[in-house]
Design a protein around this ligand. Sequence first.
Ligand code: CP
Length: 336
Amino acid sequence: MPSPRHLIRLQDLSDTELEEILDLSSRLDPRSGRPVLSGRSVGMLFFRGSLRTRASLESAVHRLGGHAINLTAMSDFWELEERDGVTMDGRSPEHVRDAAAVLSTYVDALAIRPSAKMQSWDVDRRDERISAWARYATVPVLNMESSLWHPMQALADLLTMRQRLGSLAGQELAITWVHSPEPASAAVVHSLLHAASRFGMRVRIAHPPGFDLDTGVVREAEEVAAASGGGIEFSSSMEEAVRGAGIVYARSWQSLESYGNPTLAASHRSRATDWRITSELLQLGNDVGLMHAMPVRRNVEVTDEVLESDASLLVKQAGNRLPAQMALLMHMLRAH
Ligand code: CP
C-alpha cells in the first residue's frame, strides 16, 4: 500500500497545492452545504487543550458532510507508549503504533494535537510524537499544532493577510513577541515565518533578549525568503518592527533558551512585562491590521482598546480557520 500524504508542516504542500487550497478557501461559503465527505470520517486526537482548532476542524468536517470523532487523551483513551522495542510493563497499556494502525481502519484521516515533553527543546523540536503517528497511520495525518509547527493556523493566517493586503509579495509584516504569564509555543510563529517568507513578504521580528526563534526554522525561512524576494530582519524593539508594517502579528512564545526551566523562564519574562500591543504602538504602522492566533490575554498581551478597534483582525482570523480547513480537508482527502 502506498504511504499516505501527511500534513505535518506547511512545507509538505507544494506551491501549487498551497495556492489551490488558499484559492478554494477564499471561494468557499462555509454556510452552504457541500457534502463531499459524505460517508467519510476524521479522527481528532487531542493530547492538550484547544478551542479554535477543535471547534473549527470538527465544524469543517460536518459542513462537508463527514463525521468527526473527537478523542481527548486521558479521558477518552489512555497514555500511549511511543518508544519502540520496550517491554510495556509501565503506565501505558497501548503503543502508538497499534493505536494508529487500528484507528486507520475506522477513519479517513487522523488529526493530532500532541503534547510536548517540556524538558528539552532539542528533544521537543524533533516533533517525535506527531512523527510517530505519521509513521504508523495508514491514512493522512494532519498536524493540529506540534512543538515546531502549526500549519492549519498558517493557512488561516495567509488567507487573512490576503484578504487585508491583496498580493503578499513585498508587503511588510511585523511579528512581535508580547508578554504573557503563560506563553504559548513558538509553533504559530515558526509556521507564519515560513508562510510569509514563501510569499515574498518583508518580515521584521521583534523580541526581548533570550526569546530567539528556533535556529533551524529561521535558517530555512531565510533561504525561502531569499528565493521568493522576501526578507527577514530581527530587532529588540517593537516600535522598530511595527514602523511602516501593514500587518502586526502579536504572539507570546516561550524562551527556547530557558525551555524546561520554569523558574528561569519566569525570570526572563519578568524583564519584558511592558511588551504589549497598544493603540500608540499601532499608529506607527501603515493602516495596520492586528493579528493574533488567540487565546489572547486582554490588557496583558493587547489592550482592550486595540481589541475593540477596527485594527483588530482577530475574530476574522479565527473565523478563517473554518474555510481554510474545509479546503485543506477537500485537498488532503481528494474530495472535490
Ligand atoms: N490558534 C489556536 O490553535 O487556537 P486553539 O489553541 O484554541 O486551538
